[in-house]
Design a protein around this ligand. Sequence first.
Ligand SMILES: Cc1cc2nc3c(=O)[nH]c(=O)nc-3n(C[C@H](O)[C@H](O)[C@H](O)COP(=O)(O)OP(=O)(O)OC[C@H]3O[C@@H](n4cnc5c(N)ncnc54)[C@H](O)[C@@H]3O)c2cc1C
Length: 333
Amino acid sequence: MLEIQTQIPLAQHTTLQIGGQAAEFLAATSESEIISALDCVAPILILGGGSNLLISDSGFAGRVVQIKTLGKKISDDFIEVAAGENWDDFVNWGLAQGLGQLAPLTGIPGTVGATPIQNVGAYGTEVSELIHSVEAFDRSSKSKVILSNQDCEFSYRNSIFKEEKNRYVVLNVRFNLAKTNQVLVKYDELAEKLKCEIGESVEANLVLQAVRELRASKGMLLDWADRDTYSVGSFFLNPRISTNQKAQLPTNAPAWEQADGSWKISAAWLISEAGFQRGYQLGDAAISTKHTLALCNLGNATSDQILKLATLIEEKVNNQFGIQLLKEPTYIF
Ligand SMILES: Cc1cc2nc3c(=O)[nH]c(=O)nc-3n(C[C@H](O)[C@H](O)[C@H](O)COP(=O)(O)OP(=O)(O)OC[C@H]3O[C@@H](n4cnc5c(N)ncnc54)[C@H](O)[C@@H]3O)c2cc1C
């Protein structure tokens, strides 16, 4: 029997601490509860840790299904982790088992089941590098399916789960993790912090510690005592542009050439060049004082204020550089 609650404030379930009431809310602690909960006519919102969601103050007029399943299974081929497990707890557990490749992804809030949705990444590693396959419930065929790593169509902060919105509910993520306590350092800032070269291998525990320190210094480690972290992490993606578009930018614009010949541009640079400095405020919605890409709730920010601030930033960047910034979080409006 499903325990359905009504009129539950969603702000308490998001890291922005913003969001009105859900008409229906239920916490699903087993796969069968998740599947039964999906069998309804009302619109459905799948909720993990609420760390990548901007929910309207007017709430959600449907059913919110919070994924709370737990469990890890180790087999010869992969480690299967239930969608509701906390990601950071899993990383810590993995390191204790000698699965060092997880170290660069320490400190990302939220659940394991949400990590494939936007192919979470940090400090030179994306979760897609570690995923064997994903077990999901396909709402269109009403059946359980296994998607191989390739089927997931992972790319920069994207996947089939984001592209085919509302189709799949992730039940379990299967990881392919080598037993190693060495991590290949692939990110300049991390190499600098560890005083090593790119391409060098460093002990996983040292990488974990270094990443946590870097994240804390940028307000990217969730800390309820620090309003800079009441965010969704980076609000904007780093845009990908063509060589022709890049030629229109000032020569000092930070840009990285991609394998397909396109260029990745720093969204933080575009935003600050467009006149937005850290700490910029619109009511209680603000740019973090520690990171230009994080929009945060200083106390009583409304969903509209965050939206207005994001739109203002997008417009100014577009007017000045002709580049459309893309948002990272899911909007529920
Ligand atoms: C301080 C901070 C730092 C962050 N740093 C990073 C970072 O370094 N790298 C990065 O990539 N992200 C980062 N993020 C963003 C966020 O933590 C990740 O995207 C995370 O994976 C979201 O997990 P969640 O469980 O909170 O998902 P939620 O916010 O609850 O949901 C996000 C989206 O995924 C969907 N979803 C959630 N679970 C499932 C499921 N089981 N099946 C189907 N759909 C599902 C939701 O419907 C929603 O559309 C950061 C956020 C914060 C607040």
